[in-house]
Write a protein that binds this ligand. Structure first.
Ligand SMILES: Cc1cc2nc3c(=O)[nH]c(=O)nc-3n(C[C@H](O)[C@H](O)[C@H](O)COP(=O)(O)OP(=O)(O)OC[C@H]3O[C@@H](n4cnc5c(N)ncnc54)[C@H](O)[C@@H]3O)c2cc1C
Length: 295
């Protein structure tokens, strides 16, 4: 099948996904393809569906826990979907654009609103699917429409067509829907003020998050009127390990890969933390990261 796949983009075979996920855990995929453009993506998906071949769209892998076992399918990367088209206060952003790059570009064009996203190491596609956010803002505050490939058809979904809430959208887990890009509305701003806000946000992240170890951001969503990190710390779980995975001693809602952890170590530790917090406090924490199970 590989000759066929080469038509649609840059193809790699037997790839260790370690450098494609921010936990830096290993999982080998039979194929990884960086698709050229929308037309090639459409044809690729048709080909994969017609031939019953499994596929998975990966953004920057900063919100997923990959399994240890191999994937006998195709990982689809959309890093070539990297356009940022600014028209007054409206911005069309391709799904593969990294959020820090988007923030820099919009701030340089005197547009404000996205400063909160400057420290989030994910793509626009991943941010839209999970409604990424920070400091009381979220990507859906700015969305006008989302361009998707839905069951072989390219569509422009209006914001009102999509259900969304805190770190959730109805696009999540819908393997037949691929986000191609989104149109955002921002506000006219002042670059210096935005840069100062970004610096302030970054300092807060550096102070509170274990950014010197591989991780995938917050593990659990914050329950209403409380913090997952506070509950985990209260249960004495800071520093708890499974294999090479550890509950960060700096921020209890982060798990770090401190010594060659596998995705299965991370998953087991997440379950241990969840169950311990439930037993000790009665709070049923909801996971924010996605535990992948290759199908
Ligand atoms: C240090 C650190 C700090 C973080 N801080 C924050 C934060 O403050 N706020 C926050 O919300 N998150 C945070 N995160 C988590 C993460 O960066 C975000 O959730 C980000 O939006 C995920 O994007 P991604 O491209 O990495 O998605 P991935 O992890 O690659 O994918 C996540 C899910 O989206 C799907 N997906 C990705 N792209 C597409 C697409 N184009 N079409 C369809 N499905 C797609 C994947 O299949 C997967 O199901 C942090 C992570 C790290 C490592």
């Amino acid at each position: 099948m590989n000759n066929e796949l080469e038509k649609y983009g840059k193809l790699k075979e037997n790839v260790d996904l370690k450098k494609y996920n921010t936990y830096k855990v290993s999982s080998t995929t039979k194929y990884l393809i960086e698709v050229k453009d929308e037309e090639n993506l459409l044809n690729l998906i048709n080909y994969l569906n017609d031939n019953d071949i499994n596929y998975y769209v990966l953004g920057n892998g900063s919100n997923v826990v990959l399994p240890k076992n191999d994937f006998n399918g195709v990982i689809i990367k959309l890093n070539e979907f990297n356009n940022i088209d600014i028209d007054d206060d409206e911005v069309y952003v391709g799904a593969g654009v990294m959020l820090p790059k988007l923030v820099n570009e919009t701030v340089n064009n005197c547009l404000k609103g996205l400063e909160w996203a400057s420290g989030i190491p994910g793509t626009l596609g991943g941010a839209v699917v999970g409604n990424a956010g920070a400091y009381l803002s979220e990507i859906f505050d700015f969305i006008i429409s989302v361009r998707v490939l839905d069951n072989g058809v390219i569509k422009e979904l209006k914001k009102s067509d999509i259900k969304y809430s805190y770190r959730y959208t109805s696009l999540k887990g819908q393997r037949n829907i691929i986000v191609l890009g989104a149109t955002l509305r921002l506000e006219k701003g002042n670059s210096d003020e935005s840069l100062s806000l970004m610096r302030n946000r970054m300092e807060r992240r550096l102070e509170s998050q274990p950014l010197d170890y591989p991780n995938a951001g917050s593990v659990f969503r914050n329950p209403e009127n409380d913090y997952a990190g506070r509950l985990i710390e209260e249960c004495g779980l800071k520093g708890k390990t499974v294999g090479g995975a550890m509950v960060s001693t700096k921020h209890a809602n982060f798990i770090i890969n401190y010594d060659n952890a596998s995705g299965d170590d991370v998953k087991k530790l997440i379950k241990l933390v969840h169950d311990e917090v439930l037993n000790k406090t009665g709070v049923d924490l909801i996971i924010e990261q996605e535990l992948i199970d290759w199908r």
